[in-house]
Structure formats: C-alpha cells, structure tokens
Design a protein around this ligand. Structure first.
Ligand SMILES: [Zn+2]
Length: 323
C-alpha cells in the first residue's frame, strides 16, 4: 500500500482533533504528518504535501481532492483552515487516511479466499449503450468471466451473480454474496454520460455515515445520516477500492476520476468489503472503440483481477503479521 511509517499504538491513533465553531471535528494536517512520521511541507499556493520515502499525500485547501501516491481519492469533506492552518475532517483521518497508511490494522480480521463478481444489469436491463450499439450488460459479463478465470487460476474461489444475460434484482446480488460467504464483492460496470467527452476510470465505495456522497449536490438530507451494513467495512472498502482504481489506471490508462463514495444499493447491503468499478465510458467514442477490441477487454479484466489480488494479498499479509 502506501507506507507503514512509524507505527502508533494499536487502534485508531490519537490525532488530537480540534472542534470547529460548527461542531465539526478536524485534525490539523501537521498532526496527521506527526502521527505517521511524514514530512510536512509548508503550503505552496493551496497545496499541502505530506511525504516520506514511500508516501506522498497531496491536499488542496478548500478541496475534497486528495492525491495519494499519484492516485485521486475524494475526501469526505473539503480541506479547511483552522486559524490559518490546514486541517481535514476527523473522519477523513480515521476512515480514509489511517486505513490507507496502516492497512494491517484493519484487514487482519477479513477473509481472502472467496470473491463474488457482480456483472451489472442483464436481461431486460441493458445498462449503458454505445452509439455503435454495444451494451454494458454484455461487456461486463465478459469482463467478469475473464476476471474469474484469472482468479481461479491463482487459486481463489469465485462466483458470478449472473452467468448469462438474465435480469437480476439488486437484492438478489448482495443476497448471493452473503450466501456464498464472500470475502470481497466487486460490481462491474461501464459508464455513460450525456457529455460525450466524459471519459476515464472511477471506483465507488459506500459513503460514510454522516457525509454526503462524492457526486451529491446541495444540502445533505436525512439519508446522509443513516448507517448501512456495508459501513461495517468502511476501512477495508477504502483499501479494496484503492487497489482496483490503481490497477485500472496502470493497465488501461485513462483519466483518473478517482476513488469516490456513493450510496449504491449493492454497496449499502454488501456483507463484506465491496466496491463498484466503472471501467470506461460507452458514451465516449474513443473508449467505446477501445472496449470493442477483445485484447483491450482482456487487459481491462486483468487490471480488475490484479486489483482484487492486491487486496486479497494485503489481507493475507495482515493476518501473517498478527502476533
Ligand atoms: Zn451500470
């Protein structure tokens, strides 16, 4: 992952949070740096960098965009300024930064053998459709089958929520994952936008309770406060999502739209660490053309399998590191 730096004591580290006038708890980025033994670079323009030999975290004042070793991760709340000093929301420190920097602390209780792949849509629900007529439901089914092949060859047990072009309700998808005792659940999708220039890769994990989803506009509503079964895996979700997004960008490079948060049904109810990947835009002519090629689809499947295996290996390492 990023780096283990100087390990604080077991459990969530004491970040010495500050309470803002609105009641929200923040942690100064200087304290984050100190907690992990990272060098704190004096802000240049609006950018604050925390780094070590292995880790590079780049925050921007007023923005939710965090760049972690070159990868875009959306914070729960924008970086704010407390008495002229940059700070992050306490839950960004606890639920995002700490799991990224100390994955072993969170993964050692998890399993690493059973993977459930969920090809989105199916049957009467085609999902996105490209101008040339290719449908999301067909592409993601093929990707899932190829990912399964790679993972089975590597010794993992893999199930698909659908094996063919049939309609599945959203509840059937997470119910199957529960029945099969999934250790990781990955829902595979292709993106679409009314704006044909939109392109790139993005990975979603479940929104944290009390915070808006990445793409939410306007004021938070009551659903923001709810906690879901999937929130039990908040920390592991971050690590799984990070590896998926990282490997997609490595093997099928494109615009990095980031690791994002959403309250998608399959993520809310997932019985294990879960993520939903959007591999590319069928509405974008260039990405549609790329995904029309069998060798490109094979590369996309390889990138997803690599992301999943990176996560499962991290779980295995965390277990081995247990005293
Ligand atoms: Zn979809």
């Amino acid at each position: 992952m990023l780096c283990l730096a100087l390990l604080p004591a077991r459990g969530a580290p004491d970040f010495r949070s500050t309470t803002a006038p609105n009641g929200q708890q923040y942690v100064l980025l200087k304290n984050v740096a100190r907690t992990y033994g990272l060098a704190y670079e004096t802000p240049r323009k609006n950018v604050i960098t925390l780094n070590s030999r292995w880790t590079d975290l780049e925050f921007t004042s007023g923005s939710r965009k965090l760049t972690a070793n070159g990868l875009l991760i959306w914070l729960l709340e924008p970086v704010c300024t407390i008495r002229k000093r940059p700070a992050v929301d306490l839950e960004d420190a606890q639920l995002l930064i700490d799991p990224l920097l100390r994955p072993d602390e969170y993964l050692h209780q998890n399993g690493y053998r059973v993977v459930v792949l969920d090809p989105g849509h199916g049957g009467r629900d085609p999902g996105a459709r490209s101008k040339s007529g290719r449908e999301e439901k067909d592409i993601v089914l093929e990707l899932a089958a190829q990912v399964r092949k790679i993972l089975v060859n590597a010794g993992y047990r893999v199930y698909l929520t659908r094996e063919n072009d049939r309609y599945l309700t959203l509840d059937e998808r997470h119910t199957k994952a529960r029945k099969w005792k999934a250790d990781a659940f990955i829902s595979i999708h292709m993106n679409s936008s009314a704006n044909r220039t939109s392109c790139g890769r993005e990975t979603f994990i479940l929104s944290a309770s009390g915070h808006q989803s990445t793409n939410d506009q306007g004021r938070p509503d009551s659903s923001t406060r709810l906690s879901h079964p999937g929130n039990r895996h908040d920390a592991a979700n971050v690590i799984l999502g990070y590896y998926l997004q990282k490997n997609m960008l490595k093997t099928i490079p494109g615009v990095d739209r980031g690791l994002k948060r959403a309250r998608f049904h399959v993520l809310k109810n997932a019985p294990c660490p879960a993520a939903l990947v959007e591999c590319g835009f069928l509405s974008n002519p260039e990405e549609d053309r790329l995904f029309a090629g069998a060798s490109y689809r094979r590369k996309a499947a390889q990138s997803l399998a690599d992301g999943i295996m990176d996560y499962l290996s991290a779980v295995q390492r965390a277990k081995a590191a247990q005293p």
